[in-house]
Design a protein around this ligand. Structure first.
Ligand SMILES: Nc1ncnc2c1ncn2[C@@H]1O[C@H](COP(=O)(O)OP(=O)(O)OP(=O)(O)O)[C@@H](O)[C@H]1O
Length: 574
């Protein structure tokens, strides 16, 4: 027993050490790319020589660079502690000496591979293959686990003869300078389909540029499936022009937090009816990207679409479907993204937003509740900053229309009559998203209450006929209320059973307060008592009466659609 505990301890210590080594290697590689990108070629050479790592043997994974890491840290710190972090302070006095080790080197942390030379002359660094051969075989191929995203990967590919040889020797994974190197993507490509650098700083610089381009193509390194939004958001980096300028970096970072590349939960087929709206969105976004040769001149694609209609009719859902169905960078923008309390910032944020949309094109800028940003101008009491922000938005939209940039604005509102006329002109297609008709309601009801949840006698088609004026979200509420009824019945049974088992009241119609302690699983309590577990009550089905009660309790929100129809007649454009 003791032996197995100590073996487990050793194993976990080794794992921790491996992770630490990998982290140190990642930091060095990030530094190398940073040095290269900013022209510190001499420092890069020195770092290569001293660390025994070569920039050519690694490409950065996950679209990450040192500035982006720092920027993410700053953004997180600010969000968490409501203040900017101080990463670097001035050293007290005249500046401290660098800590120097016994060998006279100031370097720390990176352990050398067993047998690796102490120092290497500039330009004579070890190759991945050499280092792998020198490294301890015990550590080979053991870093892949952990599920953590690799920041830097060993480069492989046709362009690197040594690494190709490595692959032939036994797989892409190997060790480098005593550090475990994760195998890079096969077929002569680094992550995201970027060719591995062929050699020298120039090649690596090319790889950096190619990496940016590949990331724009949506080539996620490890695939987006299963990743949450934070992962997806991280994949888009700021353009170099933003990174080089502290104010732009801050504003750009703020906007990029609202970038969503895809929303895997909603597709066109999840949206009932609204075929006309889907067609226009498809014509504006999908088809021009697929058949660009047909969308030129007079047939150039729409650059702005407004979805308007009563609340809860699926406008946001349509935008989410655009995000997941169209392969474009999706900027999910709300008033909080671009309305800044700092004078002048909103205007700059709008400019940055469109610059980023162009940089990451093809892209879609979705502005939800656009009325809260672009209400009609001309009111004397309007803040000067707000006016300038609106003007900037109009200018930027004009810019999109007169350019061949594949950037597109999708706006949504419940209050189209409050929008500025100049904005309406730029939103070429103005499409009413109405409440669902009977067919649509039927589809929504059947989807929300599938046959295994409802009793036979519950006629959902009849309910669809009765719910004229209900929006999609009203129907969600009706179904939720109806589905609560069997759950309430089940909970009453469970409470009653618990009260009986505890010998207390409880069956007296709720005089006893309900305990908020989580119930023990039935098996555990039965086992403890030594008796066979009593069959547990299960949740029943929704009955016709449940739905009728739910309907009587849930009234449609703002059922009068005449105002929308009137506005559609005057301003609509479908
Ligand atoms: N056509 C539809 N098909 C399927 N579900 C729908 C449809 N319309 C609305 N829903 C349901 O209603 C919910 C709310 O829809 P959504 O948020 O898209 O409405 P909205 O028009 O953006 O509302 P608001 O204008 O208030 O922001 C959705 O999550 C979905 O469950």
């Amino acid at each position: 027993m003791e032996r197995s505990v100590s073996r487990a301890e050793t194993e976990s210590r080794l794992q921790e050490e491996r992770r630490l080594q990998e982290r140190r290697r990642n930091v060095v590689v990030l530094m190398m790319y940073h040095l290269l990108e900013h022209g510190y070629v001499g420092a890069l050479e020195a770092l290569q020589a001293e660390s025994g790592l070569r920039i050519n043997d690694h490409v950065l994974a996950d679209n990450v660079d040192l500035l982006a890491v720092v920027q993410e840290h700053e953004a997180y710190f600010e969000m968490r502690f409501d203040k900017k972090p101080r990463l670097v302070k001035k050293a007290p006095g005249q500046g401290a000496e660098l800590p120097v080790d016994k060998a006279g080197s100031a370097r720390r942390g990176l352990p050398r591979a067993p047998g690796a030379p102490e120092r290497r002359p500039s330009g004579a660094c070890c190759s991945a293959a050499d280092a792998a051969r020198r490294a301890s075989p015990a550590s080979a191929g053991s870093s892949a686990g952990g599920g953590k995203p690799p920041l830097a990967r060993g480069a492989s590919g046709a362009s690197s003869a040594t690494t190709a040889r490595d692959d032939a020797d036994g797989g892409a994974d190997g060790t480098l300078g005593g550090l475990v190197v994760t195998g890079a993507v096969a077929n002569g490509c680094g992550p995201a389909g970027v060719p591995a650098p062929a050699g020298g700083a120039e090649a690596a610089a090319r790889a950096i540029r190619a990496r940016g381009a590949a990331s724009e193509e949506g080539g996620g390194v490890d695939g987006a499936a299963g990743a949450d939004h934070w992962d997806l958001r991280l994949r888009k980096a700021l353009p170099p022009s933003f990174l080089a300028h502290s104010e732009l970096r801050d504003l750009g970072g703020w906007i990029m937090r609202d970038v969503v590349q895809s929303n895997p939960t909603v597709g066109w087929s999840d949206i009932a009816e609204l075929g006309g709206v889907k067609r226009v969105l498809s014509e504006s976004l999908v088809l021009p990207l697929k058949y660009p040769e047909h969308f030129t001149g007079l047939l150039s694609p729409w650059k702005g679409v407004l979805l308007y209609g009563p609340p809860g009719t699926g406008k946001t859902m349509l935008a989410k479907a655009v995000a997941s169905e169209c392969d474009t960078t999706f900027f999910n923008v709300s008033a909080s993204t671009i309305v800044s309390k700092w004078r002048g910032d909103s205007e700059k944020l709008v400019r940055c937003l469109f610059e980023l949309a162009r940089y990451h094109s093809p892209s879609t800028v979705f502005i939800d509740e656009v009325d809260s940003i672009m209400g009609a101008r001309g009111d004397g009491g309007e803040h000067e900053g707000s006016r300038r922000m609106k003007t900037e938005l109009l200018v930027q939209m004009d810019g999109l229309q007169s350019s061949s940039d594949q950037a597109f604005v999708l706006a949504a509102t419940n209050l189209p009559w409050e929008l500025d006329n100049a904005l309406l002109r730029r939103l070429e297609k103005r499409i009413l998203v109405p409440r669902p008709g009977e067919v649509g309601r039927r589809v929504i009801l059947h989807k929300l209450l599938p046959p295994d949840r409802v009793e036979r006698g519950c006629d959902l088609d009849a309910i669809a006929a009765q719910t004229d004026g209900y929006s999609g979200s009203d129907l969600v509420l009706v179904c939720k209320e109806a589905a609560m009824a069997p759950l309430r019945r089940l909970l009453a049974q469970l409470e009653e059973a618990e009260a009986r088992a505890g010998g207390g009241g409880g069956a007296d119609g709720g005089a006893r307060p309900v305990s908020i302690r989580r119930r023990q699983p039935a098996l555990a309590t039965a086992g403890a008592a030594g008796k066979p577990a009593a069959p547990q009550p299960t949740i029943g089905r929704v009955t016709a009466e449940d739905v009728a009660v739910a309907l009587s309790r849930t009234r449609p929100t703002a059922a009068d659609s005449s105002k929308y129809d009137a506005w559609a007649a005057e301003f609509g454009s479908t």
